[in-house]
Write a protein that binds this ligand. Structure first.
Ligand code: CMC
Length: 436
């Protein structure tokens, strides 16, 4: 980290001694004030629930400029990656720091495809779930269970082990998501086919059956690959921070990723794609475009607890660049499938237009995020609504593991252990039960 010549000086209105704090400069984005010695120097903690002003780590992987609506993976704009690269090139970039040349790409693709099968025992583990279990409940269990299968790649202090765990996770997530789907609909699992692309193989495992040949549609394959690229990483979001915190204890890497899956499930995070589509269904059922005004009124009513799902972001105070790309993909996919007049897409466009002109959303800088259109694309591809967040988890796995491995390789890494402002009872004595 590069220290700035300028220091931050903390002063106290009661005349206590000033404290000088170092400032570090990143290559992009706000500088940070180093408060690591603050407690030793002042006996005080900082207070920042929700991490509104806290950089939890240093990282070289992903950068977001929320005001400009800019997203860079290792310095490359998301628009260029989504247009010129495929998901496995993006995985290589996130894991190793740069885009592969052709021989490296071939080698990496071979490595990933060699790990796509999961241990046969996994089927029996799956059978323990109810058929109507939510796919994210199943995924949390299955990814956690991987920690019981791959004992040869769990020494987190060994960079080779970290690498092989990363490859296994990237390779096996599509297999697990497809197995979770096939299990819920009672169809036989389809084994991975390593002659297909990463996205093509996922489509095959999801939609093929042993009864007849399944042809992968190149348009749907490309659309899915783009969904994967757009979701691959997003710096220190809730699930990534969960993976880092969980992994900071030195736990098994598969267990740390399972913690990320659990966090992603929530509707404020990855669960928003499912929630956004259900919201569109509800508006459509209530009367469609005509009812948008009434719905927006509810959203603005603080007592209603209704949110416009797929809108708003902690970091983006401008259009989420992923939402723009997703909207493009949405048009392409619907066009290819002859669904240009899809009522749900029309409803989403009308809702977006009205929200973007409404003072409530304008003043709060609330714009569509990636989840606003991703559900419509996934639904058009044939992915059932409850599986949307599992597809997000599949794509985000590379980001989680790249961030986890970066943390473990960082010489400054320590177990994560936040402190608190205690507002509970001061010490008191236990009374005998009869007099409580
Ligand atoms: N609908 C209505 N009002 C909203 C929304 C929304 N979607 N998002 C934020 N607001 C309001 C919020 O009520 C608050 O208003 P006020 O200042 O009057 O109290 C103001 O905007 C600021 O919001 P906040 O809740 O303080 O912002 P946050 O940074 O804590 O939350 C968020 C960010 C993403 C959790 C939130 O915008 C949200 O719940 N959005 C809907 C869920 C969603 O789409 N999540 C996906 C995020 S992108 C993909 C991902 O990261 O997984």
């Amino acid at each position: 980290m590069k220290a700035s010549e300028t220091k931050a000086t903390l002063s106290f209105s009661n005349g206590g001694d000033n404290v000088d704090l170092p400032i570090y400069k990143g290559t992009l984005g706000p500088d940070v004030i180093d408060i690591r010695k603050l407690y030793a120097q002042t006996g005080m903690f900082t207070y920042d629930p929700g991490f509104m002003s806290t950089a939890s780590c240093q990282s070289t992987i992903t950068y977001i400029d929320g005001d400009k609506g800019e997203l860079l993976y290792r310095g490359y704009p998301i628009e260029q990656l989504a247009t010129n690269c495929d998901f496995l090139e993006t995985c290589h970039l996130l894991l190793y720091g740069d885009l592969p040349d052709q021989p490296k790409k071939d080698e990496f693709t071979k490595l990933v495809t060699n790990h796509t099968m999961v241990n046969e025992q996994m089927q029996f583990f799956l059978r323990g779930f109810r058929r109507d279990a939510h796919p994210m409940a199943i995924m949390t269990g299955l990814v956690g269970a991987l920690s019981a299968f791959y004992h040869d790649s769990t020494d987190i202090n060994n960079p080779k082990h970290r690498e092989i765990a990363a490859i296994r996770l990237i390779a096996k997530m599509p297999t697990l998501v497809a197995m979770a789907y096939k299990y819920t609909i009672g169809q036989p699992y389809m084994y991975p086919r390593n002659d297909l692309s990463y996205a093509g193989n996922f489509l095959h495992m999801m939609f093929a059956t042993p009864c007849e040949e399944y042809k992968v549609s190149p348009v749907l394959e490309r659309a899915l690959d783009r969904i994967f690229i757009l979701h691959a990483d997003h710096e220190q979001n809730a699930s990534t921070s969960t993976v880092r915190l969980c992994g900071s204890s030195g736990t098994n890497p598969f267990a740390a990723i399972a913690a990320g899956v659990a966090c992603l499930w929530g509707p404020a995070h990855g669960g928003a794609n499912e929630a956004a589509l259900n919201m569109l269904y509800d508006i459509q059922k209530a009367g469609g475009v005509e009812k948008i005004g009434e719905f927006i009124k509810q959203v603005k009513d603080k007592n209603s607890n209704v949110k416009l799902m797929g809108f708003g972001h902690r970091v983006y105070k401008n259009y989420d660049p992923r939402a723009k790309l997703m909207q493009e993909t949405c048009k392409e996919v619907l066009g290819e499938l002859g669904l240009e007049n899809d009522p749900l897409f029309k409803l989403a466009m009308a809702l977006e237009k009205i929200a973007l002109e409404d003072e409530y959303f304008v003043s709060r800088k609330l714009y569509p995020n990636v989840d606003f259109y991703s559900g419509i694309v996934q639904r058009a591809i044939g992915i059932p609504v409850p599986l949307f967040t599992a597809v997000f988890a599949l794509a985000r796995t590379v980001g989680w593991i790249a961030q986890l491995n970066e943390m473990i390789g960082d010489p400054e890494y320590k177990i994560g252990r936040p402190r608190q402002l205690f507002e509970g009872s001061v010490q008191r004595d236990v009374k005998p039960i009869a007099s409580r």
